[in-house]
Design a protein around this ligand. Sequence first.
Ligand SMILES: N[C@@H](CCC(=O)N[C@@H](CS)C(=O)NCC(=O)O)C(=O)O
Length: 213
Amino acid sequence: MYQVISATPSPYARKVRIALLEKGIPFELMTEVPWHGSTATPAYNPLEKLPVLVLPDGSGVYESRFILEWLEVMHPTPPLLPADPRLALAARQVEVIADGICDAVVLLFFERMRGPAQASEPWMARQRRKVEGGLRTLAQRAEAAGTGWLVGDSFGLAEIAAGAALGYLKLRFSELDWAAQYPALAALSAKLEARPAFQATVPVPQSITEAVV
Ligand SMILES: N[C@@H](CCC(=O)N[C@@H](CS)C(=O)NCC(=O)O)C(=O)O
């Protein structure tokens, strides 16, 4: 059986868990704090980041985008990418945007942890711009699709990635009222969060009790 090294708030790990659940692939969840010395993550990923998909032979597949690609190749049914290659590219582009929003929110989170005296306001403003630009682009995609989804007319990779990013914003950046600004994204997020795979993976904060080095 597969194992997934995951952290409860991680939107990247959530993408992997949702993809596995939506494809009906059994896995064992290993919940860790990637910043703690006890994490098994570096034993599998030289970049020391989770999620990691640990294969039955003990090797690791890492980087959420690559894990989803790997799962699509190894477990093509049900597909999470549209058959039309142009739509498949569009879905991957949405994943890039969604992951980029999460990357900026992670940077904001750690910058805030430095405290007001240390945190750089211009740096945080730069990250907020990325979040806002990413959301604007996702909303444009939703409106252009006009199907209630982001790409094409069915659920897939784009919606998993965007749903994980929107869920992460609710957890880490609740003061940003993107739902009021972009009703199409709010409707999409509500529809996604009602799916069993999303309900089983609602992000939860973790306490980091060791120094982040
Ligand atoms: N691009 C990576 C991002 C993964 C990532 O940043 N994971 C965080 C947890 S949410 C982590 O493990 N951070 C530890 C570190 O950066 O050393 C992916 O999609 O897998």
